[in-house]
Design a protein around this ligand. Structure first.
Ligand SMILES: O=C(O)C1=N[C@H](C(=O)O)C[C@H](O)C1
Length: 293
């Protein structure tokens, strides 16, 4: 059951490009192998961090195939695929494709830009969940332009086939609001709130930062799960300066730069309109390169 495996540190994997902007599957293999070796609890392919707006459907499918091949056996680290769209029919089509490829679940962002009613959003998730691949809904108002209240989020979680929610509305309030209303997975999508969300009932986080220093984020989770909160706090506090820098400019450019410095990615290339990081941010991140090897 995917629902029980949605916990810990789930990493939305970056999509590496060559300096010329082509998909770089060799770097992707290296990165996924390292994330699995460092015991990430799950992977997301084609999330925001995987530059889903500028990665084509065929490119994304190839990355899913590679991740599943590297993961191997069916019960290992869950692999989810970003299949969201603001066109319900397209989200259904992409989710069917992810299911056919053998993914464990779909991460489906709330429809963005067209600002549907709550009724429309619920129908959107019903149609996508009907595909039969477990769905994690993704609430990220600052990107989508659609802020849903706790009642609407709870209603999404009631849909059969929706197994959890990735909550990124900039705080822990919705974890508190939803905690007593659902037993489905609540996952934090705001890296800075990782530990706070765990304390408020989240079962884990889907966080871009864990593309680097993966074992340290996993370490925070393990300490928390062991009931060693003061040590978890100390370990997380050490990561906070890094997390801040990773989001100081548009994600995933800072992460790609760090991964390229460690040699894991051949290039820090991003696709427009995302741009490479500034010289000033490079200077600030330089001290973290060794931490991220
Ligand atoms: O790709 C993701 O999934 C994430 N995207 C967020 C964003 O870029 O806004 C950040 C979060 O860590 C995970």
């Amino acid at each position: 059951m995917l629902a029980e495996r949605l916990k810990g540190v789930i990493v939305p994997v970056v999509a590496p490009f060559t300096a010329e902007g082509k998909m770089d599957t060799e770097s992707f293999r290296r990165l996924v192998s390292k994330l699995l070796a460092r015991k990430a609890h799950g992977l997301i392919i084609n999330g925001t961090t995987g530059e889903s707006p500028t990665v084509g459907a065929e490119e994304a499918e190839r990355l899913v195939e590679i991740a599943l091949e590297l993961r191997g056996n069916e019960d290992g680290t869950p692999i989810l695929v970003g299949t969201g769209s603001n066109d319900t029919a397209e989200a259904v089509r992409l989710t069917k494709r992810a299911k056919a490829l053998g993914a464990d679940g779909a991460l489906v962002v709330t429809p963005y830009y067209n600002r549907p009613s709550v009724q429309g959003v619920l129908e959107h998730y019903r149609r996508v969940a009907d595909v039969g691949l477990p769905v994690v809904a993704y609430h990220i108002p600052y990107r989508t332009g659609l802020e849903l209240g706790p009642d609407a989020l709870a209603a999404i979680l009631e849909i059969e086939g929706v197994v959890g929610i990735k909550e990124s509305s900039g705080g822990i309030r919705n974890f508190i609001e939803l905690g007593g209303r659902t037993d489905k997975a609540l996952l934090c999508g705001d890296d800075l709130y990782f530990l706070a969300a765990l304390c408020c009932g989240a079962s884990g986080a889907m966080m871009a930062s864990a593309n680097v220093a993966t074992e340290r984020f996993v370490g925070v989770y393990d300490l928390f799960a062991d009931g060693r909160l003061p040590e978890a706090r100390a370990a997380f506090n050490e990561l906070v300066p890094l997390v801040r820098l990773l989001f100081a400019e548009p994600n995933p450019a800072p992460i790609k730069w760090l991964l390229a410095q460690t040699g894991l990615l051949a290039s820090d290339a991003v696709r427009l309109p995302i741009t490479p990081i500034s010289p000033e941010l490079r200077r600030q991140m330089e001290p973290f390169v060794d931490v991220c090897r």
